[in-house]
Design a protein around this ligand. Sequence first.
Ligand code: NPW
Ligand code: ADP
Ligand code: K
Length: 476
Amino acid sequence: MRDVWTTGHVRAAEERVLARTAPGALMRRAAYGVAARTAALLAERTGGVAGRRVVLLVGAGNNGGDALWAGAFLRKRSVGVTAVLLAPDRAHAEGLAALRRAGGRVGAPEDVDFADLVVDGIVGLSARGPLRPDAAAVVARVRAPVVSVDLPSGVDPDTGAVDGPAVTADVTVTFGAYKPVHFLAGARCGDVHLVDLGLELADPDFRVLDRADVARVWPVPGAEDDKYTQGVVGIAAGSETYPGAAVLAVGAAVQATSGLTRYAGAAAEEVRRRWPEVITTGSVGDAGRVQAWVAGPGLGTGKASRDVLRYVFESGVASCVDADGITLLATHPDLWDARDPDAPVVLTPHAREFARIAEPLGITLGADRVAAAVALAAKVDATVLLKGHATVVAAPDGRVLVNPARSHWLATAGSGDVLSGLIGALLAAGLDPLLAAGCAAWLHVRAGDLAARGAPTPASAIVSALPSAIRAVLHG
Ligand SMILES: NC(=O)C1=CN([C@@H]2O[C@H](COP(=O)(O)OP(=O)(O)OC[C@H]3O[C@@H](n4cnc5c(N)ncnc54)[C@H](OP(=O)(O)O)[C@@H]3O)[C@@H](O)[C@H]2O)[C@@H](O)CC1
Ligand SMILES: Nc1ncnc2c1ncn2[C@@H]1O[C@H](COP(=O)(O)OP(=O)(O)O)[C@@H](O)[C@H]1O
Ligand SMILES: [K+]
């Protein structure tokens, strides 16, 4: 599990450490970490360190100071270091003096053209908005690998939003604590390395699950178990028009856990043909007992679908409401009244579905996706999984998980249906809804990677990759 704090919390903690350490000590520790990673990347990309050319892009604040000190440390390994000062009269004075003492020089934007590696010290925690034009012009020249100091400049530290020119780093070296940008805009950061500054921080703003966290809770049957004790999941999905959504959601549920899966709906024939182990019926009322429902994928939004959702809510078990189910809740908010208040609900909107359900409630999906998910979760008293390249899962009590993608091949038709089946299976197994949604999203990404291996993948191949992904989770 990795803990993540917004910049306000990190700054406050840094102030406390600054007050009890020698002046400049923290910055030198941070900069030493940058220098070490820079040398490692130089060696990896160019085959050596001594004699290579590093250009530092130096902004007006302490982020630039880190870069200058890192340059001074790199000089000790005979790296040629040139600093491009974006605000020459405000460049960090001690850092600049240290670089000059070590034999580094101040250069011009053209020096970027001949760099073996660029260190981005333009802006860090104080970043506001995209890169300003002078910084953007220098960054546009960069062809070399980039090490970003603390975070890639131009990306919002707390939301990961990018709305103009910004740096894309190969490696980011951050200090004290992970910040939201590192997971909400992972693709901009490259590999992220954390340098410990001994900060003391309270509860994180969100958490990121690791393999071990998923392994700890993924349902594994024991000697006393049978197909019922592990939790039975019911899938109310698919229609005559969209039978595929049912086949995918059911397939994910069948492969996720070893309990029983039931299916109720118009795609019973297709489901049975593909998944003979599933007990199928035409309607939710005939399905038999389940411990959790998945309602919505490919279901349609007519009267019959409304009845399905009402039945699921009235049944008093946990549910994952996806796709058409979300649209139904948006257009017929009275459906919420059918809900048993003790039964947890997980909503899994993509951005457009989120807008559909949240805007009438006065919640807009702006740059801060975490805040939007938290607000909707509290408002409707449900766990909200907001899909995207970084999936945000917010519980009604304010706990948040973020699950970053490792590639973007999951953005394919039917991929969301697979996710809903996974969540349903984990809810039926009794996982806390936040963990059910978070672990499902985690496994979804891993299965997506295994299925894709660098090329487009159909959603049905993601379903097929689930056993391998679970094996990798459970057995390392
Ligand atoms: N605190 C600590 O203990 C430690 C802190 N450490 C380091 O300090 C960093 C924070 O430093 P910081 O607060 O001095 O500001 P920083 O991020 O360098 O910004 C500088 C100036 O940039 C400008 N600017 C803003 N937006 C911009 C944009 N889009 N495009 C271009 N320019 C933009 C804006 O200047 P303005 O012109 O608006 O006055 C702003 O004042 C932190 O990330 C870490 O690296 C480490 O050493 C460890 C110990
Ligand atoms: N750019 C992206 N990178 C990685 N994953 C993505 C990206 N865009 C979407 N996804 C993931 O792909 C899935 C798409 O789900 P959804 O939009 O419901 O598709 P469908 O309705 O076709 O099943 C979600 O799990 C989402 O988090
Ligand atoms: K930076």
